[in-house]
Design a protein around this ligand. Structure first.
Ligand code: NAD
Length: 274
């Protein structure tokens, strides 16, 4: 298995990290790269078999990933995971909140339950994890937390109301915790990925609720990101290389939000406008 490489400059060796949603997608790539960089990494998620499979894949490359199951909707299980990291590793230096779900559909059909559930996982879940980790970090006087936002942290996205609201909230959470905890040595930042080739988007494309061609045409880089392309942005913010970065939202979207022009191929003809 190809394990992504984290830049040496980050100095993550020996740090103790927790990655939620660490069994798949972006969380998995970040966890493997951090382990390769010498960090002691715990991956967390709901499904033990998925976490174990990722830990097995890491072991094949000579890397150790600790596994701890937790549902980010359950404060008690989140608290248990943080305690288990502290018991096993003696400290917690960094957290990546990559657990998340996506739901698609017209807003007029969205039920209260669906709306609440997406917020419960993506926003309140990130808060639960950051609160539990933050308590330990505040007591230690240092720590770094990275939330995973989205393109939808930055603007509206038709057919993704609950997801968009949750990801806007993640940026609000990031900024608020950064403002509150910065003076105590705890930094909180976010990464806003564009479309990444993970189980989340693969499933949506498979179900016909995301149009891959349209995404590729709308993205200036002309493609989805690979999960490994989120490793640099996430681990940079997590590390001391970003020691004066606090409350930031680092956009890693292939240029999507930079571009207000038409998607490629939309208006290729040359000539005077009128
Ligand atoms: P993914 O589905 O591979 O990862 C999400 C992980 O969260 C899974 O491992 C899942 O089991 C876990 N999870 C879901 N509900 C949970 C819960 N209640 N408790 C604990 N774990 C739970 O998809 P991904 O693309 O790697 O997503 C990671 C993060 O990146 C998510 O927050 C997602 O919203 C965000 N994101 C993804 C994209 C993309 O295009 N893939 C773009 C922007 C942001």
């Amino acid at each position: 298995m190809a394990v992504p490489q984290a830049p040496d400059i980050l100095g993550l060796s020996g740090s103790s990290l927790l990655v939620t949603g660490g069994g798949t997608g972006i969380g998995r790539a970040v966890a493997l790269a951090a382990a390769r960089a010498g960090a002691e990494v715990t991956i967390s998620g709901r499904r033990r078999e998925v976490l174990n499979e990722t830990a097995r894949a890491a072991a094949e490359s000579g890397l150790v990933l600790d596994v701890a199951t937790a549902d980010v909707c359950d404060s008690a299980s989140v608290a248990r995971v943080v305690t288990s990291v502290l018991d096993r590793r003696g400290r917690l230096d960094g957290v990546v909140n990559a657990a998340g779900i996506a739901r698609f559909g017209p807003s007029e059909d969205l039920t209260d339950e669906e709306f609440s559930h997406v917020l419960d996982v993506n926003l309140v879940g990130a808060f639960r994890v950051s609160r539990a980790a933050g308590r330990a970090m505040l007591a230690a006087g240092h720590g770094s937390i990275v939330h995973i936002g989205s393109l939808t942290s930055l603007g509206g996205f038709a057919g993704r109301t609950a997801y968009t609201v949750s990801k806007h909230g993640v940026v609000g959470l990031t900024r608020t915790l950064a403002a509150e905890w910065g003076a105590s040595g705890v930094r909180v930042n976010a990464v806003a990925p564009g479309f990444v080739r993970t189980p989340m988007t693969d499933l949506a494309i498979h179900r016909g609720v995301l149009d891959l061609d349209a995404i590729e045409r709308r993205t200036p880089l002309g493609r989805r990101a690979e999960p490994v392309e989120m490793v640099g942005p996430v681990l940079f913010l997590l590390s001391d290389a970003a020691s004066y970065v606090n409350g930031a939202c680092l956009v890693a979207d292939g240029g999507w939000t930079a571009s207000v022009g038409p998607p490629s191929g939309f208006a290729a003809a040359r000539g005077p406008a009128a």
